[in-house]
Design a protein around this ligand. Sequence first.
Ligand SMILES: [Zn+2]
Length: 249
Amino acid sequence: MRLSNCCYAVTGLGYSAPWFVNAGLIAGDKRTLIVDTGGNMHAAQTLHGYAVAAKPGNLLQVINTEKHFDHIGGNSYFRDQGVEVWGHSGIARTEAEFQAEIAEFNDGIVSSARRAAGEAKAFFSGTRLVNPNRALDEETTFDLGGCSASVLFTPGHTATNVSVWVEEERVLYTGDCLINEYVPNLDAGGVADWKVWLASLERVEALRAEIVVAGHGPVARGDEVQRVIDTVRRILDEAIARGVSPTAG
Ligand SMILES: [Zn+2]
């Protein structure tokens, strides 16, 4: 969906139920920045099609908001098209981790017959693990021609999390630094990481974004943005106080 002059959200891309994952497009006059690639090659094909349709002829660039496979699964498709994939320099996933993700995905299938048939293979068909080929060691701004997108380091969910801020249009893509409607996933870290996450929330809050595309869940607008930030903050505060993730065990 179009959010503003340059900014689009692609919501509802598939992942293990009940999660859907989001991506973004920021289309300038010369370049289109694609924020995340979904969980598999098929999501990437969809994103690629939307990106080309939004601004035909633009140079495409991709940025990953973090290292988890639901945000980088389509990287292989874009690299196969010759598209640069940017991401935090800490994104260095291994083939063993990717195979473990596929196995875990398959284990989550409710039907024993579908589990036995290994239907996770269908979800990941044509998908290879590809890490970013352009490492981000510091914050940067992409000049897309007529609009620009600033990469902000917003760690906490993982150490590799970044957000993308389109200040002129007050649109913020947060990856999983913010989650809307779902309980955020705190399981990749512990109390020290959750405190880092809280600091990232402060930074995100100070931007006063009017539209937020979170990593998962509906796009938030207006007053809902603050509600989403407050909800994630409350869950982090509670987890820090208890010393355990809300979804642990
Ligand atoms: Zn995610």
